[in-house]
Write a protein that binds this ligand. Structure first.
Ligand SMILES: [Zn+2]
Length: 300
């Protein structure tokens, strides 16, 4: 069985045909356009013309009502996306069973499916431009009643702190993101550097970049401690752009986590970096949709 996986982010839309093993074929990348609904239908049209798929799985930024497959709340990154009934629109047009979930929930599920299927539970923090989260328990993504489960990025880390684009102050996303690492470096050097350059400088031991990464790792460690105490998962996966900083970043993060783990039963070794990189969102969305066709999932 083949499923069409779509991962919708603020800047890029990633798609691929995914088989039952979670293997990807025909990977494609599109810049996210202004008329997102139309663009999505065009992409699906093209892929369905060329491939036989029996499920369509979408992971999108924003809060998604998992029962109706409509976007209940999207930030300014995806203009006019709030209120769009994606599932209904696509199923009407294609006749193919479609599932829509939040992109970070999809990434966590994809990560579990590909790399940690022996784990009973897994939590994932996706640290990219922003901060997303997802939890998988007994082989199912935890989506919540309103699609707000595991929204770690908008949990308050510093009450009264920096303004967030969600309207609150002090959200974790304002302290744990690649965007912040870039900004902290630019504040010292006076100029912005590219992602690849930042990674190179970090691996080369540049003290300014190291300090910026450490600042973010400190706050990420606080969040990870709270994730362990909330869900007590087998494993916490850190994904997104920050995972490209590799093992020396993981060592740094585990060092920060060591301040908290002493008071608990988990250890920093229960924290790992994503094994699927940027593909986990596509895989998770596609496999979730496939499972809804094949398995005895909740009927909503
Ligand atoms: Zn927020």
């Amino acid at each position: 069985m083949l499923s069409f996986g779509i991962d919708i982010g603020g800047t890029m839309i990633k798609t691929a045909i995914v088989n039952e093993k979670g293997e990807l074929d025909r990977k494609k990348l599109y810049p996210t356009g202004k008329g997102l609904e139309e663009q999505l239908l065009e992409i699906i049209d093209l892929e369905l013309y060329e491939n036989r798929v029996e499920a369509i799985g979408i992971g999108t930024a924003g809060r998604v009502n998992p029962r109706t497959g409509s976007v209940s709340l999207a930030t300014d990154n995806l203009a006019d996306w709030t209120g769009v009934r994606i599932k209904e629109i696509i199923e009407e047009k294609t006749g193919i069973t479609t599932s829509v979930i939040n992109d970070a929930n999809a990434a966590a599920f994809g990560e579990w499916f590909v790399n940690h299927r022996n784990a009973e539970s897994l939590a994932m923090l996706t640290v990219g431009t922003g901060l997303g989260g997802g939890v998988v328990i007994d082989g199912l993504p935890l989506l919540g009643k309103r699609g707000e489960a595991a929204e770690f990025g908008h949990q308050i880390l510093y009450p009264g702190g920096r303004k967030c684009n969600c309207g609150k102050n002090g959200c974790a996303e304002q302290y744990v993101s690649m965007r912040l690492i870039h900004r902290l470096v630019a504040e010292v050097t006076g100029y912005e550097i590219e992602r690849t350059e930042l990674i190179k400088q970090f691996l080369g031991g540049d003290p300014i970049v190291h300090k910026a990464v450490q600042r973010v790792a400190k706050d990420l460690a606080v969040l990870i401690d709270s994730v362990f105490l909330n869900f007590d998962p087998d494993i916490v996966v850190v994904g997104g752009g920050i995972s490209e900083l590799g093992d020396s970043f993981l060592d740094l993060l585990r060092e920060e986590i060591s301040h908290y783990e002493r008071a608990s039963l988990y250890t920093g070794y229960n924290v790992v970096l994503s094994g699927s990189g940027n593909d986990s969102g596509i895989v998770g969305a596609a496999i979730y949709a496939m499972n809804r066709v094949l398995k005895d999932y909740p009927t909503w």
